[in-house]
Write a protein that binds this ligand. Structure first.
Ligand SMILES: Cc1cc2nc3c(=O)[nH]c(=O)nc-3n(C[C@H](O)[C@H](O)[C@H](O)COP(=O)(O)OP(=O)(O)OC[C@H]3O[C@@H](n4cnc5c(N)ncnc54)[C@H](O)[C@@H]3O)c2cc1C
Length: 315
């Protein structure tokens, strides 16, 4: 296979069944609803298809993996090279005892519902986290005191050589919103484990989570979840800030609640959530985040870190 220009479709030795879409709209389909296109979007038809593709795609060529785009800003200039997105062929969910095997394309909410239906407790926190299992693994997503690494038996991942490998949480160095798989790894699925519980009890908790989300987060807006990660204890100590200070409190302290740049605004409802109020460019969102990082650095002596991934090129 050769790729002469990144905007050209690659030529494959093998017959790849999945879809290749040139100049594919991406940002507009992200949760933020703004940003550029992918040079080429690849939607593999199956695990074998993905494996053939990865084996042939030159290592030096740019490759990006995306899930539900609930945690990313796609910059206005779009993403070079190939973007892989796993669709419904990767969204199967199977139950075995107290374990759930879910494809990386399955929605977190569907996994939580399947667990509840099967009488498995402990996976409810996933219900309030938009996006896919692949994204949840990659972010070690979490809420209400639980995170993916707590329920993870094994993440199934395909290497850049096209081989599927199981990884446990310690292999992936999973920590607070971090996961460090080998470079270029595509998560294809996960085995989660919960504990036996009555379906009704689990469903009650799902209901409570839904109500809490509605009350505290701007879930019906164009948003991306928490903009900044909560500071680590050592960062707070270094900046002489009280233990347990959350990112939203620092945003609030520097006048961030409701602050806007262009069409981007920090939510009034939850000031660590950033919104596209209608016509934001991805650069508005990024500039607003960078402005808050600057203010917190100058006024509080602490460096906030983006939790949201910013991908692609600026215009
Ligand atoms: C309203 C709202 C509320 C939210 N609340 C929470 C919350 O409570 N807790 C929380 O943790 N997050 C929260 N988020 C953020 C987001 O839902 C999570 O980070 C989620 O896990 C992102 O999944 P995704 O499929 O959308 O990933 P994407 O945004 O598409 O990608 C995120 C990262 O994962 C990587 N990735 C995606 N799929 C794969 C794959 N198959 N293989 C390898 N890498 C992959 C991408 O390269 C990227 O680096 C919220 C977001 C919104 C919009």
């Amino acid at each position: 296979m050769t790729i002469k220009e990144t905007t050209m479709l690659p030529e494959f030795e093998y017959d790849i069944q999945g879809n290749f879409i040139k100049d594919a709209p991406l940002g507009s389909k992200s949760w933020f609803g703004c940003g550029g296109n992918a040079d080429i979007l690849f939607e593999p038809a199956s695990l074998d298809d993905l494996s053939l593709f990865l084996r042939e795609y030159p290592e030096q060529e740019p490759l990006t993996i995306l899930g539900g785009m609930a945690n990313c800003i796609i910059r206005d200039g779009g993403i070079r090279g190939i973007v892989i997105q796993l669709g419904k062929q990767f969204a199967e969910i199977e139950v075995e005892g107290n374990r759930i095997l879910a494809g990386a394309g399955a929605l977190n909410g569907s996994v939580a519902s399947a667990a509840a239906k099967a009488g498995i407790g402990g996976l409810e926190f996933l219900s309030g986290i938009p996006g896919t299992v692949g994204g949840a693994l990659s972010m070690n997503a979490g809420a209400y005191g639980s995170e993916v690494s707590d329920i993870l038996i094994a993440a199934l991942a395909m290497t850049r050589e096209g081989r599927t490998m199981p990884y446990g949480p310690s292999d992936l160095q999973m920590g607070y919103r971090t996961c460090i798989p080998p470079e270029g790894t595509v998560f294809t699925g996960a085995v989660f484990e919960g504990k036996e519980e009555a379906t009704e009890t689990v469903r009650e908790r799902l209901k409570t989570i839904k109500e809490q989300r509605r009350a505290t987060q701007p879930i019906t807006e164009k948003t991306g979840g928490s903009t900044f990660a909560n500071p680590k204890p050592e960062e707070l100590e270094k900046a002489n800030l009280p233990e347990g200070t959350r990112a939203w409190q620092l945003v609030e302290r520097v006048g961030g609640r409701g602050l806007s740049i262009g069409g981007a605004q920090m939510s009034e409802k939850h000031c660590n959530f950033m919104l596209n109020t209608g016509a934001a460019a991805a650069s508005d969102l990024e500039n607003l985040g960078d402005e808050l990082i600057r203010r917190v650095r100058e006024e509080c002596g602490l460096e906030l870190h983006w939790e949201i991934k910013r991908l692609g090129d600026s215009l």
